[in-house]
Design a protein around this ligand. Structure first.
Ligand code: PEP
Length: 257
């Protein structure tokens, strides 16, 4: 994958058990025959629940399906007495490439603050996983501080101690746009993604900023993906609901600018 190859990432959240997952990935693969992800001009990644990862990995390995695999969360710890947690070492052993860190649902329902997010970013990099660092403002934040202040400060916190050489992905996901059907406008997405790229430049340097992919997420669907992909600082999409519908997700992957 070249730097800033568009990345279309499907966050399944807590949907599809391991049998449904295998059927879904097979169907998506067949629906995408001859699509541009086959030649590497777009990268597709799926983020199933932990219990599906082994089955999906076996399938994509056996059938040479060109999808990358990711997890939706990771422990900040390597191993030990952390009941219910999953180590980045285990995910790496299952060929997971990516891990979503700091999704707004984790921040909201599991009280994950910037310190936990930063620790999980460190844990993923330590185990050779690429963190997909999610940042975004709530509707209240938007009203009070404008669009970029909260995402910028969340990203600054997440990047503390990260090496300038590290591969990371950033996902700008306005909380008010997630699952609401009300996506940001392409201009709003561009403005915040540009501000986030400036954070990467400030913390990790210009080279990192030039090669780091910044995704937009929040009610992305086939009908609006192209408008986001036309923006210069939007390098892909993190897709929730629409990633669970084979034809819709396939149409997103087949976007034409
Ligand atoms: C998400 O939760 O990452 C997301 C973007 O969800 P949706 O596409 O359903 O808005």
């Amino acid at each position: 994958v070249n730097s800033r190859t568009p990345l279309i990432a499907g966050n399944w959240k807590m949907n599809l058990d391991h049998l449904q997952a295998v059927a879904f990935v097979q169907k998506l693969h067949w629906t995408l025959k001859d699509a541009k992800h086959e030649d590497g001009s777009v990268e597709v990644a799926v983020f199933p629940p932990f219990t599906d990862i082994r089955s999906v990995q076996t399938l994509i390995d056996a059938d040479k399906i060109p999808f990358a695999l990711g997890a939706q969360d990771v422990s900040a710890h390597d191993s030990g007495a952390y009941t219910g947690e999953v180590s980045g070492a285990f995910l790496a052993k299952l060929d997971a490439k990516y891990v979503i860190i700091g999704h707004s649902e984790r921040r909201e329902y599991h009280a994950e603050g910037d310190d936990v997010v930063a620790a999980k970013v460190q844990a993923s990099l330590k185990h050779g996983l690429v963190p997909v660092i999610c940042v975004g403002e709530t509707a209240g934040d938007l009203e009070k501080f404008g669009a970029s202040a909260v995402p910028v400060s969340q990203l600054e916190a997440a990047l503390q101690g990260v090496s300038p050489k590290a591969e990371i992905v950033v996902a700008y996901e306005p909380v008010w746009a997630i699952g609401s059907g009300q996506a940001a406008t392409p201009q709003q997405a561009q403005d915040v993604c540009a501000a986030l790229r400036a954070v990467v430049a400030k913390v990790l340097g210009d080279e990192a900023a030039a090669r780091t992919r910044i995704l937009y997420g929040g009610s992305v669907k086939a009908a609006n993906i192209a408008s986001f992909m036309r923006e210069p600082d939007v390098d892909g999409a993190l897709v929730g609901g629409a990633s669970l519908v084979v034809d819709e997700f396939a149409a997103i992957i087949r976007f034409e600018k």
